[in-house]
Ligand binder design. Structure first.
Ligand code: SF4
Ligand code: SF4
Length: 295
């Protein structure tokens, strides 16, 4: 049995609704049953829903903050150097008065560095929460962005700080192919793309494959709801030489388990072996990726 002591495996899936989270949660549960040390990290911080299937007990919460500038009006001369430096229009000078727009600030610290009067300090702005706990023998971490906050990448970074040094980390990526997904994919060992065998599913899959290739990631595909749609996705995988890691059937019993907030790997004995097999295939691919990287 392949037992890498540590691996960071990310599950992504283009648009929402492909079953990325349920597949990630099932694989996490399956690996934990095989006595691996598993941490599930929900990086979909705008709408985390891994907890709906894993039912974690949250043991502690940490607020996520980012530094934003605060200007000391007694020191400021209104020279405008800070506004000239800011690429995001997050700080501006009107009639020698400095205005800061924290929601636009990227916390680069540039304005503070260029201020000739040392009039800018950094103060923490709260943007979200990281929750840490356990779901059975799975360590569970999820991020949740505060309402009306848009600083998704720093919240994802705060979740990823909990990736353990040892054990298998399962990252559940946000949907899409934009900045939050790219942030989640930084420093992962292997990427699992979850796709449906439909024309829309194939279109989304092609987008995430493009992204994975730009990021030089090793990846494979799990087909979810196999048995409906068409064969075009399979033809695409073959043509592009992309590994098919496994297929999860389009079975009403699985869908019903999900609507109840249950994992097929836990509650449907007929699927336990399937998830075990997919989990093992993913570990094998992850291990061979590491071997390739070493050489
Ligand atoms: S750079 Fe410093 S002194 Fe100049 S306007 Fe900005 S805060 Fe004021
Ligand atoms: S920290 Fe960076 S992004 Fe924020 S206001 Fe200053 S220069 Fe702009």
């Amino acid at each position: 049995m392949v037992t890498p002591e540590n691996a960071v495996i990310c599950f992504a899936g283009g648009k929402g609704g492909t079953g990325k989270t349920t597949v990630a949660a099932n694989i996490a549960a399956s690996l934990a049953k095989q006595s691996h040390t598993v941490t599930y990290l929900d990086c979909d911080v705008e709408e985390p829903n891994g907890h709906l299937f894993l039912h974690p007990h949250i043991e502690r919460r940490q607020r996520v903050t980012v530094p934003v500038p605060k200007v000391d009006i007694n020191r400021c001369t209104g020279c405008g150097k800070c506004a000239e430096t800011c690429q995001f229009q997050a700080i501006t000078v009107v009639n020698k008065k400095v205005l800061v727009f924290p929601e636009l600030c990227h916390s680069c610290g540039g304005c503070r560095l260029v201020c000739p009067e040392n009039a800018i300090a950094e103060v923490p702005q709260e943007i979200g929460t990281v929750e840490i706990g356990h779901a059975g023998n799975i360590r569970f971490v999820q991020g949740q962005l505060d309402i009306q906050q848009v600083k998704t990448p720093p919240t994802i970074q705060a979740v990823k700080q909990h990736i353990p040094e040892n054990g298998i980390a399962i990252l559940d990526a946000p949907p899409g192919t934009s900045c939050p997904v790219v942030e989640t994919l930084q420093k992962v060992d292997y990427l699992v793309l979850v796709a449906e065998p439909t024309p829309f599913g194939l279109h989304d899959l092609q987008l995430v494959v493009e992204m994975a290739r730009v990021l030089h990631l090793n990846f494979g595909v799990v087909i979810n709801r196999a048995g409906w749609g068409d064969r075009n996705t399979y033809d695409y995988l073959q043509k592009e030489n992309i590994p098919l890691l496994g297929e999860i059937p389009n079975d009403r019993a699985i869908a019903t388990a999900y609507t109840r907030g249950e994992l097929a790997a836990d509650t449907l004995p007929q699927y336990r072996d399937l998830f075990t097999q997919i989990a093992q295939t993913i570990l094998q691919k992850t291990s061979s990726t590491r071997e390739l990287c070493k050489n």
